[in-house]
Design a protein around this ligand. Structure first.
Ligand SMILES: Nc1ncnc2c1ncn2[C@@H]1O[C@H](COP(=O)(O)OP(=O)(O)O)[C@@H](O)[C@H]1O
Ligand SMILES: [Mg+2]
Length: 323
């Protein structure tokens, strides 16, 4: 596997809220390698979307701030990059598919127009006919049947699965080096979900881009990822190549997630987790390990000091005093 294309180092992202400043991301580090699919998994509220928005530098303003740390894209730290430079990277080099597919498409514009605008934005010299041809080709590539007539339709005229494919097409139009997909299948039914996952894998192979795939379902990770980062309450609980994680999970949180896997998540049974209790609120984090109140193996030390992320094998890191 290739070298790292994106390195997140000791990232801390905070929000200024009415009840004070909270750290949604507290000192996380991980790497995305070239041509890889990296999964980020964790229950709702663990900081997955905030991680993605930090990388994109699209945190809500002015409340969201990157307090410290580095995000190295190739050899550039994008944390301090001027807005216009970041604008170039975003879209051209790093694209994102957002969690809410309904809000990401403009309801009053035809699909062809929305896709065409992206081509025009990134390739201003591309003639109209060429944009149209490329758009049709891209819609075909993401598995949209009869793309020519779909070009003339509005978002509400197509199914949720097709809308998600259009969003993937839009994200791919700029030929990014990195695609960040934030729960792109969560709103879809199971059959469509697995079609979209297949599509993501196929597109990864065809284009050679690297993908960060965010999900709350470990089952999805097993299907498509090379490496995985397990997040808990704004921290990395465990990170490793995907086969290690499934064969030899270390963190009690990972073990808990593993026992609650349906093979593919079903939108109707979202909260299947059998780990007792809830992710702690960022306003009242405990001293020590953030998982202590739900952990079947918690010890005295877990209540006092936060466990450091410790390397236990090649590329396998865990933040737990058991190791
Ligand atoms: N705009 C915001 N303002 C204040 N706090 C936020 C905001 N967005 C996220 N957070 C905090 O960050 C935590 C992580 O959010 P998020 O990354 O969206 O979780 P998820 O893992 O479900 O994607 C939330 O539980 C919340 O406490
Ligand atoms: Mg999210």
């Amino acid at each position: 596997m290739g070298s790292a294309i994106l390195k997140v180092k000791n990232l801390v992202t905070s929000f200024n809220t009415e009840s004070g400043r909270i750290r949604a991301i507290d000192d996380i580090s991980f790497e995305l390698k070239e041509k890889q699919i990296l999964g980020i998994v964790g229950e709702s509220g663990c900081g997955k979307s905030v991680t993605a928005l930090s990388i994109m530098r699209l945190l809500p303003k002015p409340s969201g701030v990157i307090e410290s740390g580095q995000i190295m894209f190739n050899h550039t730290d994008i944390v301090d990059l001027p807005a216009e430079k970041m604008h170039e990277i975003r879209g051209n080099r790093i694209s994102m598919i957002f969690q809410e597919p309904m809000t990401a498409l403009n309801p009053v514009h035809r699909i062809g127009k929305q896709l065409g605008e992206i081509f025009h934005l990134h390739f201003p010299d591309m003639p109209k006919e060429k944009i149209r041809d490329e758009s049709i080709e891209l819609l075909q590539k993401v598995g949209i049947p009869d793309p020519e007539s779909r070009m003339n339709e509005y978002p509400h005229q197509i199914s949720g699965g097709m809308r998600q494919r259009v969003l993937i097409a839009i994200a791919l139009a700029a030929k990014p080096d990195i695609l960040i997909a934030d729960e792109p299948t969560t709103a879809l039914d199971v059959t469509i979900q697995s079609q979209i996952l297949d599509l993501m894998m196929q597109l990864q192979k065809e284009t050679g881009m690297a993908i960060i795939f965010i999900t709350h379902a470990l089952g999805v990770i097993a299907e498509i990822c090379d490496d995985v980062v397990v997040m808990y309450a704004g921290k990395v609980a465990e990170t490793s190549p995907v086969e290690h994680l499934f064969e030899d999970p270390k963190h009690p949180y990972t073990k808990g997630l593993l026992t609650s896997i349906p093979r593919l998540e079903s939108p109707r049974k979202k909260k299947l987790s059998i780990i007792k209790g809830m992710v702690p609120s960022l306003h009242e984090l405990p001293n020590g390990c953030r998982f202590q109140n739900r952990c079947p193996e918690a010890m005295e030390i877990c209540k006092t000091e936060p466990p450091p992320l410790k390397r236990i094998a090649d590329n396998h890191f865990v933040s737990c005093y058991l190791y």
